[in-house]
Design a protein around this ligand. Structure first.
Ligand code: SAH
Length: 563
């Protein structure tokens, strides 16, 4: 329970917002503030005081006892601008609570414990099941105490500041184990359970079979990644229900694919029924890996024939490649998902100037592999190789990393033995459009004028097609010192199909501190004002300059009528 204490009307208003948002978590202490704090301190796990920090310090000081047992105390100022964890930042959860309050009230969490400021992850934020002394090991990591890492399976982890030994241990395993004192156990999703079933198999029969197989092999159900079977069983209620109860997907494979998998225990029955000599073992082994539990059958209390089979495989560790778009520059145009992926990675690969854009977000211990302009292929190869080594890698690019950027060279290198996660970013074209007005209101294209990798004839043909199709065009890589004739050439092609007064937006360094925006026309544009930090957006025949904004109508009839 979180105790809420306030003194003034403004404080009470903020308090009521928390109370409304978290009805089941909070208790309001009315009446004299001193009494409220003392009662809440005795009764609650956490306190939020809408009071001056000094007042809270004086009230709480005489009550403080043991760091491990005292409640966490967060102080929020009258105006609701700051949420300050005063005591119990880690043990009492006050740092986390201050962050939650910050989200809710729009307040800045003022976290003063050093280790949180450097951003080492709590174990519960990794997206993996975790057991044992989670709080203790997280705190030890945060406090910089030595934590031994015992990884029994290879899994791409974010950078954790672990050491060779210490009172605390972090184990990464799919084995059934009672966590020791001061030990936390991370459960990576390494196990694939192949299942075969006769029509009408009860959910409980499948669950009992899978549970026994895992338990007897000493494996943890928390590490099961998926149930796998043959396509023909994709809607079998017993399997669908068992997967749902286990909280994992039911993945299915075509019978011919399963028939091609070499298995130790093939048999004739499934061959006749579904067209493959093995379902459980073959489905479990379909993605490769080590067979830990060969095919076994369910046991039925009524002595009738078994209706389910299962087999368990440990998948080989898979590296993780996140391809992350950073947006055009401004920090608030970097998506929260991109930020999370940057902090999830233990290896970061990118162009040095993009690395500089986000260096402060990286977790300590992140290995940064930065390179200069032009080393695209090498960067792509490095990122993929690092991921193949089983690591968590982030490959970054400005704007969207798939647009004239690293995603395609990287994925051209990558085989299916790594997981790839794409995080979209705000492109330069979109950011520029937003400051220009609404130039992309109807069909549009982007065309790069860089003829380093594309012959000019191809580029020109595309510009001509865009001109003929009356598409709004955004030019990327429009002009550099060595490439000065391409932009005038492309504009001349467009001018063959559009009026001289067609609006053209020229946006340089969009969303960066030296952003500049100009709205001009096809005939008035001076190419010399354009460089490689710029995108140029040329309107179609309907685009207008309206009140200084570039607007391309959507072509609705009611809009046509209004003109
Ligand atoms: N992946 C990027 C594009 C990289 S190509 C994206 O999705 O936006 C590099 C070109 O993008 C530059 O030559 C320039 O034309 C454009 N560009 C990138 N960032 C920009 C910015 N902040 N302002 C204007 N143009 C930008």
């Amino acid at each position: 329970m979180i105790g809420l204490i306030s003194a003034t009307a403004a404080g009470a208003a903020a308090r009521d917002r928390l109370a409304a948002a978290w009805p089941d978590r909070v208790r309001v202490y009315d009446g004299p503030v001193g009494d409220g704090v003392r009662r809440a301190f005795a009764e609650c796990e956490q306190l939020v005081c809408f009071l001056a920090a000094g007042a809270v310090v004086r009230l709480v000081a005489p009550l403080l006892g043991d760091k491990a047992a005292d409640p966490g105390v967060v102080c929020v100022d009258e105006a609701g601008r700051f949420a300050v964890p005063l005591v119990g930042g880690h043990g009492g959860g006050a740092n986390e609570l201050a962050r939650e309050i910050g989200e809710l009230l729009g307040a800045e969490p003022v976290v003063t414990t050093a280790t949180d400021a450097v951003g080492i992850p709590g174990l519960d934020t990794l997206g993996l099941p975790v057991e044992g002394d989670v709080a203790g090991v997280s705190r030890a990591l945060l406090d910089g105490e030595p934590v031994a890492l015992r990884a029994e399976v290879n899994w791409p982890l974010p950078p954790l500041r672990t050491g060779p030994e210490g009172a605390y241990t972090l184990r990464v395993t799919d084995r059934l184990t009672e966590p020791a004192r001061h030990e936390a156990v991370l459960r990576p999703p390494t196990l694939v359970v192949g299942v075969g079933a006769s029509a009408g198999v009860p959910v409980d029969e499948v669950l009992a079979l899978v549970g026994d197989a895992l338990a007897e092999a000493g494996l943890s159900a928390a590490s099961v990644a998926e149930l796998a079977t043959v396509d023909a069983k994709s809607a079998e209620p017993g399997l669908v229900g068992a997967a749902a109860r286990l909280g994992v997907p039911l993945v299915t494979h075509p019978a011919p694919a399963l028939a091609a998998v070499a298995v130790p225990n093939p048999s004739d029955a499934p061959l006749a029924a579904v067209g493959t000599p093995s379902v459980a073992e073959a489905a479990a082994l379909a993605g490769g890996g080590e067979l830990l539990v060969p095919k076994r059958k369910s046991r039925r209390a009524d002595g009738r024939p078994a209706m389910a089979t299962c087999a368990v495989v440990r998948r080989p560790g898979r590296g993780r490649l996140a391809v992350v778009g950073l947006g055009p520059g401004a920090r608030d145009l970097l998506t929260p998902r991109a930020k999370a992926e940057l902090r999830r990675a233990s290896v970061l690969v990118g162009l040095d100037q993009y690395v500089d854009q986000i260096r402060d977000l990286l977790r300590p211990g992140t290995r940064v592999l930065e390179s200069g302009l032009g080393a695209e292929e090498e960067r792509a190869r490095t990122a993929v190789e690092e991921a193949r080594g089983g690591r968590a890698v982030a490959l970054i690019g400005s704007g969207d990393a798939g647009v004239y950027a690293m995603a395609s060279p990287a994925l051209a290198e990558a085989s299916d033995d790594i997981d790839v996660i794409g995080v979209p970013g705000v492109t330069a074209a979109l950011a520029a459009a937003a400051v220009l007005g609404a130039p992309l209101g109807h069909d549009h294209v982007s065309i790069s004028l860089s003829d380093l990798h594309t012959p000019w004839e191809v580029i020109e043909r595309r510009v001509r097609a865009a001109a003929e199709a009356d598409l709004v065009v955004t030019f990327y890589n429009p002009r550099s010192r060595g490439r000065d004739w391409q932009l005038p050439g492309a504009l001349a092609v467009l001018a063959g199909h559009r009026a001289p007064a067609t609006p053209v937006g020229v946006v340089r360094n969009v969303s960066r501190p030296d952003e500049s925006v100009r709205l001009t026309t096809l005939e008035a544009l001076d190419p010399a004002t354009v460089d490689m930090m710029t995108v140029v957006t040329v309107g179609n025949t309907a685009t207008r300059d309206i009140a200084g904004r570039m607007v391309t109508p959507r072509g609705y009839r009611w809009q046509e009528g209004a003109r």
